[in-house]
Write a protein that binds this ligand. Structure first.
Ligand SMILES: O=C1O[C@H](COP(=O)(O)O)[C@@H](O)[C@H](O)[C@H]1O
Length: 260
């Protein structure tokens, strides 16, 4: 696993713009070298901010959208089209305005889908979809994601891995159902830490004062059960993208010298 690297931007707007520019470059590079790219999206304010910035960037046209696979790190287990679903928000922020191949947009199941309200069946179905897209040289039963995005919650949760809940302790399955999440809705579907760690690069997004304590805890040696963000690492790179408010409680030893 890779040691976290930190980049701190002046404010959340600049962070979103810079992260969007970074993601465009990463996708274009992956498509140039392998033909395709795969990205795992996150929900939440910072994830949607990045997508909106990407939608507003003229450089978005450098991406071959038809050769991009999109997956989700977690989903709120709600009916299709519910405004609180992460996929609904991602569609509004970006996906509806770019020429994606619908077969490559791998949304997590909704609570009124083929599995009904059975969240474990929905999680198992998504795990199968991931496994079918993986190839033998992948490091888990999931594709080798180029970039996996994670918003960091004020309680250090990432995806729908909340401190101390069973999902964050999962060591075998790649996707699980979550019940009793402290942030509504209580029922969710999430990738597990083993699935997250199979990504080439994991980028954690944290902007705003309400993320400052979470960033400081996760980056100061906390355990992943108590602070799930601490366990989110990519195989090649783990990148924390912060704004100065979210970085304000980091120990000086962690604060990067070159930040903008
Ligand atoms: O509920 C969720 O929250 C987290 C963090 O969201 P934020 O609004 O505090 O940035 C997000 O990463 C996750 O995908 C989402 O389901």
């Amino acid at each position: 696993m890779s040691t976290p690297q930190l980049v701190v931007h002046r404010d959340k707007e600049l962070m979103a713009e810079a992260a969007a520019a970074r993601l465009i470059t990463k996708i274009v590079d992956a498509q140039a070298s392998r033909g395709n790219a795969s990205v795992v999206l996150t929900g939440g304010r910072n994830g949607n901010g990045l997508l909106a910035a990407l939608a507003g960037s003229p450089a978005r046209d450098a991406i071959d959208w038809a050769r991009l696979d999109l997956w989700w790190g977690d989903e709120r287990f709600l009916p299709e089209g519910d405004p609180e679903r992460n996929v609904t928000q991602a569609r509004e922020a970006l996906l509806d305005s770019v020429p994606l191949d619908p077969k490559r947009v791998h949304a997590m199941p909704a609570s009124d889908g083929p599995h009904g309200s059975d969240v474990e069946a929905a999680a198992a179905a998504y795990a199968r979809e991931l496994a079918e897209a993986s190839v033998p040289e992948n490091h888990a039963e999931v594709p080798s994601f180029d970039v996996l995005l994670l918003g960091v919650g004020p309680d250090t949760h990432v995806a729908s891995l909340f401190p101390e809940l069973p999902a964050v302790r999962e060591t075998d399955r790649t996707v699980v159902g979550v019940r009793g999440a402290p942030k509504p809705p209580a029922i969710r579907v999430t990738l597990t830490l083993p699935a997250i760690r199979a990504a080439r690069e994991v980028w954690l997004l944290a902007a705003g004062e309400d993320k400052a304590e979470a960033a400081a805890i996760a980056l100061s040696g906390a355990g992943e059960i108590q602070a799930p963000a601490a366990g989110a690492q990519g195989r090649a790179r783990t990148l924390w993208l912060l704004d100065s408010a979210a970085a304000s409680q980091l120990p000086r030893s962690l604060y990067p010298s070159a930040s903008a």
